[in-house]
Design a protein around this ligand. Sequence first.
Ligand code: HAM
Length: 421
Amino acid sequence: MGQKFQAPKGVAEYTPPDSIEFLAVRNALAGAAQRAGYSYLELPIFEDTALYVRGVGESTDVVSKEMYTFDDRGGRSLTLRPEGTAGVVRSVVEHSLDRAGLPVKLWYAGPFFRAERPQHGRYRQFNQVGLEALGSSDPALDAEVIAVAVEGFAALGLTGYRLLLNSLGDTASRLEYRDVLTTFLATLDLDEATQARAQQNPLRVLDDKRASVQAQLVDAPLMADVLSAESREHHDAVRGYLRDLGIVWEDAPRLVRGLDYYTRTTFEFVHDGLGAQSAIGGGGRYDGLMAELGGQELPGIGFGLGVDRTLLACRAEGLAVGQTSRCDVFLIAMGDVAKTRIMTAAASLRAASVRTDIAFDGRSLKGSMRAADKSGAKLVAIVGEAEVEADTVNIKNLVTSDQVSVPTGDLVQEIQEMLNT
Ligand code: HAM
């Protein structure tokens, strides 16, 4: 007896037909980025651990508690990527992508890893479609990034989400805010670990999910109170563009994101049909990250959209996503000569971009028809002894039950016509 295995705990795994829906969601989100002039970047799944410590921030939950870190055989510390932005910026600096004209606009997709407690919508291996634009401070770019996400969701028919928007200010206003917040936090009744955190990175405390902490934060000073004139102007301009685009948002003065690199514009998309893990995507500006990671001082902005959660949101809204049939035509042969015929026919149909599958293992006509039904094909093409003799193919429309016999040479054209009607 062989040993049976299970996938590791908390990974998002998709088998058909769920996997087809998953791909459709990923493609819809990525399609919006491609249509807005973002070029594809294929990034490594693991990077130097220090990249994340430096880029994402040591005091974040992501870096301090959730990274999958290991030593490789050469003793280097590597980490499975918990997010995409640090890797993109590393790649832009390493390959001088910022020399080719600004802004540099890039998108990426794939698995990310965080050792979180698994629950509905929260996985240890999950998937994002993300994009980053480096080298422009134009508030129109902030609005574009948000609009691309909105278009991706719209392509799926998704409507039940809200866009939360905030500004975290520039470095100067952040420092000022930090001081005000630290003074405020010192007056609260917090446990030792949280007090230490308040000293190290007070903004993180605002992100604390515990009700006992949140209750004490009701009167916390807001970033909006100390925003510099420049940050405020930028934020107003972003909101102006969003208004012009007809994108509805909610001002969320308490929105702090879980990663340390954010400056100025920050946003999150939350879906109310998902329960606790309601964020289907988020992002913002990170104007200091490029310089922090050894590049020239260029501003940046981007988003990461959760493919897994967006799929759950589509389901919560009862939306059908993706094409769940595996093929359009199913070919059945009765006998060896016929088998060769259908193999050739399948090759011609596939070359003409018709999704085609065939019956294997010489099953009975009845068994093969059952397989055809299961495949979701609209048409079945059968070659038996009589058809071999007459050099024809018998095509049956499974939707209307109509049948026609066509010369083998006309098969591809006939099938294309029948699929288009
Ligand atoms: P993030 O908010 O950490 O941002 O993640 C983006 C999205 O990934 C979340 O809104 C959520 O949909 C999904 N996600 C995160 N963790 C999990 C999980 N454990 N299970 C399922 N889905 C999850 C970032 O990662 C930034 N890099 C986004 C960004 C790009 N900011 C600027 N540029």
